[in-house]
Design a protein around this ligand. Sequence first.
Ligand code: NAP
Length: 264
Amino acid sequence: MIKVAVTGACGRMGMLIIENILRSGDMKLVTAIDVTNTGKDIGEVMRQGKLDVPVGDAKDIDNILKMSKPDVLIDFTIAGAAVKNVTASARNKVNLVVGTTGFTQEQRKLMEDAIKSSGVAAVIAPNFSIGVNVFWGLLAEAAKRLSDFDIEIIEAHHNQKKDAPSGTALKAAEVISKTLGGKEMVYGRHGISPRQKEIGIHAVRGGDIVGDHTVLFAGDGERIEIKHQAHSRQAFAKGAVTAAEWVCSARPGVYEMADVLGIK
Ligand code: NAP
């Protein structure tokens, strides 16, 4: 039985991940951590009936991990919080699945250094859906063949999303840029802004859109659009739980979802 801790347990992703853990036959939720609903039973917060797992206060994460001894911690919070949760998890020799997005380069380095020096294994991915991981591969293929086309990335998410552009859009830009030997990024356009050879990135926010990503390759007299649409957060939650199972038998190191899916 794999023992799992979830940080951001009361959030949209956290609660769905817990539902997946409860359905799985070989995983057990040993602790749920958040900054809201602390002390309440997580099952009752989720309106699923008592689970006898109280929501632990993120401020006490070190003690909570020492007491509950999880094999893996799954974090879907916000960047600043995730850095604290990830370094605490690494300190306590707990493997990691990190779905939080919006990290600065410094935050990303802090997490990776903590993971590498502690000898745990971690999967860090801005998107855990199978579709998006295949989508990134398709973008590399298209960029290779359409290197002189204009490239624009348009993403749309719900009105509660805090970071912009999305981690998935940034990763799409990184994949294309790497394929083309380095590209400048331009985030939105306003006023006089003639197009150069950049990758344009645009973020739309509204309603309850789960997550749309379109990459436009536009040439003379034609264009190709490669698009991924998430219909439900279940696509991410299922992937994160699969990654949690995988990371418990992985060698120490930092991995991507493509490693879990075997499509690297
Ligand atoms: P959300 O509904 O706002 O949930 C985040 C939860 O984390 C909230 O309950 C929040 O509490 C809590 N939190 C804040 N600080 C914390 C801390 N120090 N320790 C523990 N919990 C803390 O957001 P969401 O929609 O679930 O998304 C969470 C993150 O996952 C975002 O970065 C999002 O971009 C990312 N995401 C990634 C994927 C993927 O596949 N990788 C998919 C979807 C979303 P408060 O509300 O009180 O602050």
